[in-house]
Design a protein around this ligand. Structure first.
Ligand SMILES: [Zn+2]
Length: 192
């Protein structure tokens, strides 16, 4: 038989867990919603900037009732670190649309691969990252760009799927190992 003290402690622990669950869920939801880099238009110079929302602060304030948004970083900081953070209204009104990952994923869905012509299905950013074809014909990956450059890059580059990126990179780096399909009456293919 539990003693009265154990009973009280047990009930208190259960209530505590319930409260943690309720508030924790809101905090976790806010944290998930506001983490990651976003691209917004800076209201001051009307140019694309990359910003980070202070996600832990948003999570904590969400657990208190309502998420309070503030910036943790911006590509125009530290020079403009004292700005009014008016761009936050863009994130508040559509947190998902300005997330860099969302912008890129949506872009890949709008046009086919520049090499194979296939449309993009679900994109596996962790292990099968798609790439880009630059206007000068170079193959580039997203690692070559800063987040605030994303909008300009999307206008000037073409999408390349993971398979074509691999194959085309190999072909360009080792042209001596790649033999084109031989002509019917042509000379036999040479393997270097
Ligand atoms: Zn392709």
């Amino acid at each position: 038989m539990p003693t009265p003290v154990q009973l009280v402690l047990g009930v208190a622990a259960l209530v505590g867990l319930g409260v943690l669950f309720l508030y924790g869920r809101q905090a976790l939801g806010a944290w998930l919603r506001y983490r990651d880099t976003r691209v917004v238009v800076c209201p001051e110079n009307r140019e694309a900037v990359a910003v980070e929302v202070d996600a832990p602060h948003a999570a904590w304030s969400a657990s208190q009732g309502r998420p309070d948004l503030r910036l943790e970083d911006c590509t125009r900081w530290p020079e403009k670190a004292g700005c009014g953070q008016e761009c936050l209204s863009q994130i508040e009104s559509s947190p998902e649309a300005c997330r860099v990952r969302t912008i890129l994923t949506d872009w890949y869905k709008t046009q086919p691969c520049a090499f194979c012509g296939k449309t993009f299905g679900e994109i596996h950013w962790h292990d099968h990252k798609p790439a880009l074809l630059a206007p000068d014909g170079a193959l580039v990956t997203w690692g070559a760009f800063r987040p605030e450059q994303v909008i300009d890059v999307l206008e000037s580059h073409k999408p390349v799927c993971w398979d074509c990126h691999l194959a085309e990179s190999f072909r360009r780096e080792h042209p001596e190992l790649v033999t084109e399909r031989p002509e019917r009456d042509g000379p036999p293919p040479s393997m270097a």
